[in-house]
Design a protein around this ligand. Structure first.
Ligand SMILES: Nc1ncnc2c1ncn2[C@@H]1O[C@H](COP(=O)(O)OP(=O)(O)O)[C@@H](O)[C@H]1O
Ligand SMILES: [Mg+2]
Length: 263
């Protein structure tokens, strides 16, 4: 039997074996690169990710650390399939896929959408408000999309909103006029309600007070203990300390000119 770790350049075949042999493996990123080309500036490129590799198992929370501009948000967007990586591969466990994982760098859009409904959740710093949709419905939507009955979905939405200290008088209103902190808590409720098995969290607590940050930290730890595989960025050290099982440092990007790498 060959050693699956012996190759310096693991192939898709190795990813397949890894997902079959390691039942806990939920996400594998291999040598992910992302370069942004600044058009109109002589073809200068920003190498936001210069080859990031990462395995995440059930029950792990990998916290991305690094200075502003280090590529933390870019990596999360690549993992969610929002940005197409410039190189490398990203595979996520998918029970509906023939090889038990989906390589999202080459996947069809409908497969990515199915994965987002069933497996991968993403919570950014900002709520995308949908005009005239109530807070309760907005939070319940990910469950309804999975076929959960509306009554049950609404009840679970209310439980989560109450826990996040979103006042009951707001539940029937659209969150467009809510404060930044209220919108962020609605966003977190919407992101956590469906108990996705992979969670990508981009500074979900940035505009919360200490008390609500504590509630969110507890919810993240609970998700982790229930087996979620989490990759996240958190702006305060207290939250990082609470939720992290491991940290992945990312370095500041380099600018790349057509002639080579500049500092
Ligand atoms: N859509 C984009 N177009 C061009 N450059 C981008 C884009 N998104 C991010 N970048 C650049 O990539 C680098 C990493 O950004 P980002 O991932 O947001 O960093 P972080 O989240 O660690 O602060 C930065 O130099 C940023 O300006
Ligand atoms: Mg960021």
């Amino acid at each position: 039997m060959t050693d699956i770790n012996s190759s310096a350049n693991p192939t898709a075949h190795h990813a397949t074996r890894a997902f079959i042999e390691r039942a806990a493996l939920m996400l594998r990123a291999e040598n992910v690169r992302k370069t942004f080309t600044l058009h109109g500036q002589g073809g200068i490129g920003i190498e936001a990710l210069a080859g990031v590799s990462l395995d995440v198992e059930r029950g792990e929370c990998v916290v991305l650390v690094g200075p502003s501009g280090a590529g933390k948000s870019t990596l999360l967007r690549c993992l969610y399939g929002n940005y197409l990586a410039s190189g490398g591969s990203i595979a996520i466990r998918d029970d509906n896929a023939p090889l038990q994982h989906l390589d999202i760098t080459g996947a069809a859009p409908h497969d990515v959408l199915r994965l987002r409904r069933n497996v991968v959740g993403y919570v950014s710093q900002f709520l995308r408000v949908i005009p005239r949709v109530s807070t309760r419905d907005l939070v319940a939507a990910p469950l309804v999309a999975r076929g959960v009955a509306e009554d049950e979905a609404n009840t679970r939405a209310e439980t989560l909103l109450a826990r996040l200290n979103v006042p009951q008088r707001l539940w029937s209103l659209a969150p467009a006029t809510f404060s930044g902190g209220e919108q962020q808590r609605v966003n977190i409720a919407r992101g956590l309600i469906a108990r996705h098995r992979v969670l990508l969290l981009d500074e979900p607590t940035a505009s919360l007070d200490a008390e609500n940050r504590e509630v969110v930290s507890s919810l993240i730890v609970e998700a982790r203990e229930q087996g979620a595989a989490i990759v996240g960025v958190f702006h305060d050290e207290d939250t990082r300390e609470r939720v992290a099982t491991r940290r992945l440092p990312l370095a500041a990007p380099r600018t790349r000119t057509p002639l080579g790498v500049a500092a």
